[in-house]
Design a binder for this molecule. Sequence first.
Ligand code: ATP
Length: 218
Amino acid sequence: MTHDPADTPPKFAIGLTGGIGCGKTTVADLFAARGASVIDTDQIAHALTAPHGAAMPALLEEFGPGCATPEGALDRARMRALVFTDPGARTRLEAILHPRIRDATAAAALLANGPYIIYVVPLLIESGTWRERVHRVLAIDCPEQVQVARVMARNGLDEAQVRAIMAAQVTRAQRLAAADDVIVNDAGLDELLPQVERLHLGYLDEAARLAAIPNGRL
Ligand code: ATP
């Protein structure tokens, strides 16, 4: 992985990813409960685009006042519709958001005081640039039918809507092929806990090894 010297000392970092509804947040919370520093890029993106969020001035300048809700947050539904019909708009949106998300995650990483960092990055495999920022990629995996059922129950969407979101993400097979570690989340918490515990102990070991190496390369 690459490391900006300004970030010294480097910390062992895991990129946690998974398709919609696979259980990224559920699993990240279990790691956080064991002391990991969890940095959620979705939460950061929401903060940047909330009323008075740091990305809002640039977004308003680029897309005009119509891109914001009356409260001053990014109108996500409107932007989703825009980028769906206009690929150039997606590029312009990402050009504003991605560097700010990168800076905010780097700033959060400097403040992280856990033994290792877990970045929650829904589109880690899709993004291309995240792989080099983490030592390991952890995929949360479950069958597509379980994904569909969970998101339908949680978001009140119908199956076609959930499958449309899934179609814009890499396939389960592609994600598994890109992962170093996998947590299978197709049952209850009882099955999740031993998997999290085993990986947590391994990550603690790796973090200690990294901390003992001067230039931070494993
Ligand atoms: P998103 O991609 O939408 O952010 P996510 O991958 O973070 O989702 P979660 O929010 O953790 O997924 O889980 C999706 C839904 O499924 C939640 O309502 C969560 O409570 C539920 N869920 C996750 N794992 C399990 C499980 N093992 N057993 C039962 N319900 C679960």
